[in-house]
Design a protein around this ligand. Structure first.
Ligand code: NAI
Length: 251
């Protein structure tokens, strides 16, 4: 428990599971008011309820980040309910398991890019005025797939490289207006997204996961701690950076 985000209003997308959920819990414990956004209304509701049961201020929003109309409605609702937005964590994302370029369908490409990249554009644009007014912080979830090629397939890798470019441009354009934008680049983290992979002991990628300097994959709270740092005042001079949290995978 602390006050590193005391009374800051934080929108976290994909807050119903994994890294987003851990971030919501970490932020609330540091005094933030959490708006938990997720396309899965039940999961968003569960995150908000868990926080509220612990005495924290939180609300759930059912929103598909890839839909402009859905994002606009949720943005309006957050402003109506909380007055402003101080922190935005663009975390919602989907993975396209081990698909080669030849096997990537146009539908899969669109689905991954629409959630992982277009979603970030839509949400950030919808909340931009509030973020500029309050001198906010934006943390975008990329991946080590934003640095190097890997198991996510072309659509995922392209989307996560795109997140880094989007973040840099945002930092350049709006840093002067008080908005600090940064990206976090996790390595392998145990979440709903990766559980099916981590459960298959014979997958070659797991050998890689075990051979990183840390010798293991991460738990979601280990990424949430980094997101907290980037969102907090401790990172007040950090703009447009890509912070790798991968147990040394890409050293
Ligand atoms: P997760 O699957 O546990 O959670 C993702 C959440 O996003 C889910 O609750 C899901 O309902 C929500 N979501 C999906 N599509 C959405 C949409 N259109 N609108 C709103 N919400 C939506 O996954 P995880 O692992 O927590 O992933 C979070 C982020 O971290 C993603 O951007 C992912 O690419 C990234 N990441 C994850 C890594 C890992 O090893 N788990 C590694 C590197 C990056």
């Amino acid at each position: 428990m602390g006050d590193r985000l005391d009374r800051k209003v934080a929108v976290i997308t994909g807050a119903g599971s994994g890294i987003g959920r851990a971030t919501a819990e970490r932020f609330a414990a540091e005094g933030a008011v959490v708006a938990a956004w997720d396309v899965n209304a039940d999961r968003a509701g569960l995150t908000a309820k868990t926080l509220a049961d612990r005495g924290f201020r939180a609300a759930a929003f059912a929103v598909d980040v890839s839909s402009a109309a859905s994002v606009r409605a949720a943005a309006d609702e957050v402003i109506a309910q909380f007055g402003t937005v101080d922190v935005l964590v663009n975390n919602a994302g989907i993975f396209d398991y081990y698909t080669t370029l030849r096997d990537t369908t146009e539908e899969a490409w669109d689905r991954v890019l629409n959630v992982n990249l277009k979603g970030m554009f839509l949400v950030t644009q919808a909340l931009l005025d509030a973020l500029v007014d309050g001198g906010g912080a934006v943390v975008n979830t990329s991946s080590i797939s934003g640095l190097v090629a890997g198991g996510g397939g072309v659509a995922y890798t392209a989307s996560k490289h795109g997140v880094i470019g989007f973040t840099r441009q945002l930092a350049l354009e709006y840093g002067k207006h008080g908005v600090r934008a940064n990206a976090v680049l996790p390595g392998a983290v145990e979440t709903e997204m990766t559980k099916p992979l981590l459960a298959q002991a014979d997958l070659p990628i797991l050998e890689t996961v075990r051979s990183v300097p840390a010798g293991r994959h991460a738990q979601p709270d280990e990424i949430a701690d980094t997101v907290l740092f980037l969102a907090s005042d401790e990172a007040r001079f950090v703009y447009g950076t890509s912070l790798v949290v991968d147990g040394g995978w890409t050293v």
